[in-house]
Design a protein around this ligand. Structure first.
Ligand code: NAD
Length: 490
């Protein structure tokens, strides 16, 4: 089946289908291609180059060749390029949003939101590029001048997931370019088109050849491993699942490669008895159903005080039952398809396991028959300890409620996971809010708010949710290495 409108067809035709290596759009050396599909219809939307290991190394060759000259550019030059890219992303916002909806399925309004969010990393790091500073001072003995300076790490390899096709690319590419690093990026095979369109936008913004290279492939492991093993590579930054992240850390260990890992989450959403219930319900809807529940920051476990659990469940059930499900391009749709059959099967299995252990389905609970990979927005309550849904990332539109009696119990339940990306807490007690900041083991926290990502904030996790931070003042340091020089006082 072909795309459903002429506008979609024209946009898809404008997206490059080759690999972007050394400033040129090229076929895969082996001549192979693969299909990208729309999850709402399963139709092929575009066929693109399928890189092999030799293409990956060619891309690294190009990044290595461009590194020295890029690192030597004036910070203002790098800043101006990023600013032009930001302006172009804003101009092309509708194209980028529609493309993400077509290849990933998210509702168009959310895709527009991602263009804004993803674009902001270009603006933020265009501003940070000219603020890379070191230190200068006398040593305590008074005998030496200590100079601490920052150098770009060098050629960097990025592997990104399918759930935020633009933002996951800009969140890595913008700080790397700002710092003076060149890049090879391998987007997820399910959603590679947005990265290809973004690369063409960078080209239009004046990107020098080889500074960013894009390889699309169905053989992620085979293509990535030789790049990671290559001694010319200086940095690996990955966003994706914890099991794949663990494998990549092991591969990177061989060359003692610097790594940043943005991995999975299992966010607790804690509602205390003193919470403003309207605020908590609004926060819950945003934290759970944004991106069809397919976000690392998605609230996974709703831990609600027993006194208000019934009222909270009734309120969210009313909202969830009224959500409109459909193709993301249709007006008013709030829930698009899940990314593939496996995601639907996982959501079904998690709900079935919870029900078998005594949970009640208040709305939804099953896959929606017919074209595309849809799962009904769902609320389950009375989820028993030990249910798989409390331990695993749901990555779907399922809101699972369990209860607690005391603050200590809430903290214990919230921290009872190997993940530590984000937590959400709803309380009107300021002192309790501060205690939660201290006691919840996560890299980020929303206090009376359900969405907190911002280009100006350090995004990242603790425990098995990862290593490093993206965005904020911290983000650029992932791409800088610190050099200390001592000069004797003459
Ligand atoms: P995934 O780990 O399956 O894949 C992520 C990327 O790794 C894709 O590009 C994939 O092709 C590639 N990949 C898979 N196996 C590989 C291998 N052996 N070697 C090299 N590359 C390999 O994850 P996904 O399903 O694409 O994304 C969902 C996951 O990403 C969830 O766990 C989610 O929480 C996480 N995520 C985390 C963040 C964050 O910032 N912490 C953001 C978005 C998504």
């Amino acid at each position: 089946m072909s795309p459903t409108s002429q506008a979609e067809a024209a946009l898809l035709a404008s997206v490059p289908s080759g690999l972007f290596i050394g400033g040129e759009w090229v076929d895969a050396a082996g001549g192979r291609t693969f299909d990208v599909r729309d999850p709402s219809t399963n139709a092929v939307v575009k066929t693109i180059a399928d890189a092999g290991p030799e293409d990956g190394i060619r891309a690294l060759d190009a990044a290595v060749a461009a590194q020295e000259a890029w690192a030597a550019t004036a910070p203002r030059t790098r800043s101006d390029l990023l600013r032009r890219a930001f302006d172009l992303v804003r101009e092309r916002a509708e194209d980028l949003a529609l493309l993400m909806t077509l290849e990933m399925g998210k509702p168009l309004t959310e895709a527009r939101g991602e263009v804004t969010y993803g674009g902001e990393f270009l603006r933020w790091f265009s501003e940070e590029a000219v603020r890379i500073n070191g230190r200068y001072g006398l040593n305590p003995e008074g005998t030496g001048r200590m100079v601490v300076s920052q150098r770009p790490v060098g050629p960097s390899f990025f592997i990104t997931p399918w759930n935020f096709p633009l933002a996951m690319a800009t969140r890595k590419i913008a700080p790397a370019l700002a710092a003076g690093c060149t890049v090879v990026i391998k987007p997820a095979e399910l959603t590679p088109l947005t990265t290809l369109l973004f690369a063409s936008i960078l080209q239009e913004a004046g990107l020098p050849a080889g500074v960013v290279n894009v390889i699309t492939t169905t053989a992620s492991g085979d293509v990535s491993a030789p790049i990671i093993a290559d001694p010319r590579l200086r940095k690996l930054s990955f966003t994706g699942s914890t099991p794949v992240g663990r494998k990549l850390i092991a591969q990177a260990a061989e060359g003692v490669l610097r790594v940043s890992m943005e991995l999975g989450g299992n966010a607790p959403f804690v509602v205390f008895e003193d919470a403003d219930l309207d605020e908590a319900v609004d926060g819950a809807m945003a934290a759970k159903f944004r991106n069809i529940g397919q976000a690392c920051t998605a609230a996974n476990r709703f831990i609600v005080h027993a006194d208000i659990a019934e009222a909270f469940a009734a309120r969210v059930t009313e909202r969830v039952a009224a959500m409109r499900v459909g193709r993301g391009t249709e007006d008013g749709v709030q829930i698009g398809p899940l990314i593939d059959d496996r995601a639907v099967a996982k959501a079904s299995d998690l709900v079935a396991d919870a029900v078998a252990r005594g949970a009640r389905v208040l709305t939804g609970g099953e896959a929606i028959e017919g074209e595309g990979t849809f799962f009904a927005p769902t609320v389950v309550s009375d989820v028993a300890p030990g249910s798989a849904i409390l331990q695993e990332e749901i990555f779907g539109p399922v809101l699972a409620i369990s209860t607690f009696e005391t603050e200590e119990e809430a903290v214990r339940l919230a921290n009872d996971t190997e993940y530590g990306l984000v937590s959400y807490v709803f309380t009107q007690d300021l002192a309790r809010g501060h205690r939660m900041i201290d006691h919840l083991e996560t890299g980020m926290m929303g206090l009376n708010v359900g969405v907190l990502s911002n280009a100006a904030a350090p995004f990242g996790g603790v425990k098995q949710s990862g290593v490093g931070r993206e965005g904020g003042l911290e983000g650029i340091h992932e791409y800088l290495s610190t050099k200390y020089t001592l000069i004797p006082v003459g």
